[in-house]
Design a protein around this ligand. Structure first.
Ligand code: NAD
Length: 497
């Protein structure tokens, strides 16, 4: 029996108009037991109409009531996170501990959203002119669209919908069609937490449903996370349709290792950040920039650690799970051939892995490639798999130059014990999120997450203060209560007296 994953519109499961479906795989088994519906433009129309109707009431609901729903959701999610982790592992493949980590980082944003009233407060200036006060207030946008990628099926939706909903918006979420169950599970939990039907809707699908959302006249904003070409397309299409857009794209994150760094810490960090979640993280470290004098020792330390890693079914006690699809696994593995053609040194070849899982799973073991040149596609492309490249550099300046020449600017890290060098780096590097002896510098929920260059289109990052700004719009009110002494005709531009 094949399970069908339905849309969630108006607080119930809906089959929708479209008859198209697509298989959803368990990547560790290499088989599919579920089909997800691929929504049509009319399914998006139905979800947007439902969200618009719900906005009439939700947009006017008090901050206290909205926050209490988010708080209740936090309690429910915390109590049932193991259930969600099982869903994530069964459709994405990441190991259970990593799935729980993803949920924990999503919960952080939920907790932040539960206190949104503090950040959404307006400002008040009394007596800006005689008898005149000015104040600002923040209101929700209306119906907002969220489009999420496969690699964080729970966390990325939670970067957005808790803040959007706490701010009074209603939502149409289009999750990745590769691992769609988590979104519906979260939407059902929001209902259990007391969210009125129609405030959070989920429509599955591919380009057809995305396009319908991007151009729908009743959708006020789009929050997108995914690969750079699609992020650019989403940004251009939705802004042309008059929407507020934040579109987070792909990445190629470098770790610059200065010779004075603690090489054991560096090797641990490179392995954790390179191979966690099989490298399918937008903040994964994919390039180690090793200064010539310590590069051999560092490569040797990384190689030793890799020998102890296990790859297998995420429900067992493996360190690393499979890749998301067979096609993606083959594409990632293809970069190992390219590395050889380009004259790099394959130190550890993940194609030799012996996984603890079904033979049909989409396996590729941790791979280390040394002496990668910056002209090679292994360096240039976002591989998005367990392939760590080492590029050798002469020192800080060459390393910094390489990072700044990259089209991406999502995350980066410097490893050093020299505070002056670290300080110079944080000032000079053209990247949005920087780690100093921290390999995956994902900001906590009360800061904001986002890169530079081709890693973010638009000027609003995700969550934190940017998230509150993005999901609200401000009004400034200039008010004067009637005082007969201030009447009279004056056609000049208002001046303060
Ligand atoms: P993707 O771009 O293929 O898909 C993202 C979303 O766009 C999905 O919902 C998908 O259905 C939709 N989509 C795909 N093709 C489309 C098209 N032609 N037209 C309209 N919509 C389309 O990305 P993915 O493979 O799901 O996720 C991995 C990518 O996401 C990587 O590049 C990764 O770096 C990036 N990512 C970035 C961040 C960040 O914060 N910058 C976070 C997570 C993932």
């Amino acid at each position: 029996m094949t399970d069908i994953i339905n849309h969630w519109i108006g607080g119930r499961e809906v089959a929708g108009d479209s008859t198209h479906t697509q298989p959803v795989y368990d990547p560790a088994l290499g088989t599919s037991t579920k089909e997800v519906r691929l929504g049509s433009a009319s399914d998006i129309d139905a979800a947007v109409a439902t969200a618009l109707a719900a906005f009439a009431e939700w947009g006017g609901t008090s901050w206290a009531r909205r926050q209490s729903v988010i708080f209740a959701f936090r309690e429910l999610l915390n109590a049932r996170k193991e259930e969600l982790a099982q869903i994530l592992t069964s459709e994405h493949g990441k190991v259970l501990s990593d799935a729980l980590g993803e949920i924990a980082r999503g919960l952080e944003v939920v907790e932040f959203a539960a206190g949104i009233a503090q950040l959404a407060k307006g400002e008040y200036s009394e007596n800006v002119s005689t008898g005149v006060d000015v104040y600002s207030l923040r209101q929700p946008l209306g119906v907002v669209g969220i489009i999420s990628p496969f690699n964080f099926p729970a966390m990325v939706p939670m970067w957005f919908f808790p803040i959007a909903i706490a701010a009074g918006n209603t939502v149409v979420l289009k999750p990745s069609e590769k691992d769609p169950s988590a979104s519906v599970w979260l939407a059902k939990l929001m209902q259990e937490a007391g969210l009125p039907d129609g405030v959070l809707n989920v429509v599955h699908g591919d380009k057809e449903s995305v396009d319908a959302l991007l151009t729908h006249p009743d959708v006020q904003s789009i929050s997108f996370v995914g690969s750079t070409p699609i992020a650019r397309y989403v940004y251009e299409t939705a802004t042309a349709a008059g929407k507020r857009v934040q579109a987070l794209g792909g990445a190629k994150n470098h770790m610059l290792v200065l010779p004075d760094a603690d090489l054991d810490l560096v090797a641990d960090s490179a392995v954790n950040a390179g191979f966690g979640s099989a490298g399918e993280r937008c903040m994964a470290i994919s390039v180690v920039l090793a200064v010539d004098t310590t590069a051999d020792e560092l490569v040797s330390k990384i190689t030793t650690r890799m020998a102890g890693l296990t790859t297998g079914d995420g429900r067992r006690s493996s360190d690393m799970g499979p890749l998301i699809t067979e096609a993606h696994r083959d594409k990632v593995a293809g970069y190992i051939d390219i590395a050889v053609e380009d004259g790099a040194t394959v130190v550890v070849d993940g194609r030799d892995v012996e996984p603890d899982g079904a033979p049909e799973g989409f396996w590729l073991g941790p791979t280390l490639i040394d002496n990668v040149s910056t002209g090679s596609r292994v360096y240039i492309d976002e591989i998005f798999g367990p392939v760590l490249s080492v590029v050798r550099v002469s020192g800080y300046d060459e390393g910094l130059g390489i990072i700044n020449a990259s089209r991406y600017g999502n995350g980066t890290a410097i490893f050093t014990n020299d505070g002056g060098a670290a300080r110079r780096f944080q000032r000079e590097v053209h990247v949005g999120m920087i780690g100093v002896n921290v390999p995956i510098p994902v900001p906590v929920a009360y800061h904001s997450f986002g890169g530079w260059k081709d890693s973010l289109f638009g000027d609003a990052k995700a969550y934190g203060p940017h998230g509150v700004d993005f999901f609200t719009r401000e009004k400034a009110v200039t008010s004067r209560w009637l005082d007969p002494s201030h009447g009279g005709i004056n056609l000049g531009f208002p001046r303060h007296t």
